[in-house]
Design a protein around this ligand. Structure first.
Ligand code: G1P
Length: 291
C-alpha cells in the first residue's frame, strides 16, 4: 500500500437547497466568496498540502465545476487579444491548478455514499476528504497540518474544533481523550453524527477535513443509513475505529461555514477586509454604516 497521501476527494453532489434560489442553476460550490468559487479555496488548499490528484464527486446539473477547472479557450483567446495579461494569468492559473477527475453520485444517498463513489479513483492508499463548504484560513494549510499528524501517528485524522452550546448538534461529534503530549490531538474513542445537545459526547465537532485509510471504503459499503436517513461518513469512520486508531486534530486556523448563509456572509466580510486592493476602502465603508 502506498503510504503517502496523494489524493483528495471533494464531495460536491449536494443540491445546495440552503442557497435557493441562487443554486437553482449554479452549483453551491460555484458561489463566489469575494471573487473565487468556494470549491477553488479547497482545491488550492489541497494543492498547497501536496495533493496531486483531486477527485470531485458531482451530480446532475453540476457541470459548471468541470468547466471552471478546464481550459476556457474563448475566454483566454479574448483576454490575450485585448492584452489583459493579468486576467489571462488568473484564468490559466485555474485550469492548471491540479489533475482533477470527476465521478457522478447518481443518487443523493449521503456523505458516506459520496465518498464511496470515489473508491475506484483512490484505490488502496490513504486519502484526504475535503468538504468544500468548509473554507479554512490558516498560515499552514489545514490539510497539510493533518497529513503531518497522519504521518507521525499512522492513523486516520479528523479535523475538529470546539463548538459551545446547542450548535454542536449540526456536526459529527468526537469522543476521546486529549493526548498528554499534544493538546491538539485527541485519541478518538467514539463519534456520533448530529447528536442531540444533551447526548453530545464532547464539544469537539468534526469539521470538513479528513485523512483516511482506504479500509473505510469497504466499511462504507456495509454502512446502513443513519442520521437523516443518509449513509453517513461518520458511521463508516466509526466502524473503522473498531479496527484502527483514529485521531481528532484541532487545527490551527479559522473555519468558515460557507454552506450556510450567515457563515458565507461572515467569510465574505472577513476575506474582503483582507484584500489589498480594497480592504481599507471596505473597512471605511463598514465603519460608516449606521448600525
Ligand atoms: C457533514 C458531516 C458532519 C461534519 C460536517 C462538517 O455534515 O456529516 O459530521 O461535522 O459535515 O461541516 P453536513 O454539514 O454535510 O450536514
Amino acid at each position: 500500500m502506498n503510504k503517502r497521501v496523494r489524493k483528495a476527494v471533494f464531495p460536491a453532489g449536494g443540491l445546495g437547497t440552503r442557497f435557493l434560489p441562487a443554486t437553482k442553476v449554479i452549483p453551491k460550490e460555484m458561489l463566489a466568496l469575494v471573487d473565487k468559487p468556494i470549491i477553488q479555496y479547497g482545491v488550492e488548499e489541497a494543492v498547497a498540502s501536496g495533493i496531486e490528484h483531486i477527485i470531485i464527486v458531482t451530480g446532475r446539473g453540476k457541470g459548471a465545476m468541470e468547466d471552471h477547472f478546464d481550459h476556457s479557450f474563448e475566454l483566454d483567446a479574448t483576454l490575450e487579444r485585448r492584452g489583459k495579461h493579468d486576467l489571462l494569468a488568473v484564468s490559466r492559473g485555474v485550469s492548471g491548478l491540479a489533475r482533477i477527475s470527476y465521478v457522478r453520485q447518481k443518487e443523493p444517498l449521503g456523505l458516506g455514499h459520496a465518498v464511496l463513489c470515489a473508491k475506484e479513483f483512490v484505490g488502496n492508499e490513504p486519502f484526504a476528504v475535503i468538504l468544500p463548504d468548509d473554507v479554512i484560513e490558516a498560515k499552514v494549510p489545514c490539510l497539510k497540518q493533518m497529513i503531518k499528524v497522519f504521518n507521525e501517528k499512522g492513523g486516520s485524522v479528523l479535523a475538529t474544533m470546539t463548538i459551545e452550546g446547542p450548535g454542536i448538534s449540526a456536526y459529527g461529534v468526537l469522543a476521546g481523550e486529549q493526548d498528554p503530549n499534544n493538546q491538539r490531538i485527541y485519541n478518538c474513542t467514539g463519534m456520533v453524527e448530529k447528536p442531540k445537545f444533551e447526548d453530545a459526547p464532547s464539544k469537539q465537532a468534526i469539521i470538513g477535513r479528513y485523512v483516511l485509510t482506504p479500509r473505510v471504503f469497504e466499511l462504507l459499503e456495509q454502512t446502513t443509513p443513519g442520521a437523516g436517513g443518509e449513509i453517513q461518513l461518520t458511521d463508516g469512520i466509526k466502524a473503522l475505529l473498531k479496527e484502527e486508531k483514529i485521531f481528532g486534530y484541532t487545527f490551527e486556523g479559522k473555519r468558515f461555514d460557507c454552506g450556510d448563509k450567515f457563515g458565507m456572509l461572515q467569510a465574505t466580510v472577513e476575506f474582503a477586509l483582507k484584500r489589498p486592493e480594497f480592504g481599507e476602502k471596505f473597512k471605511k465603508y463598514l465603519k460608516g454604516l449606521e448600525l
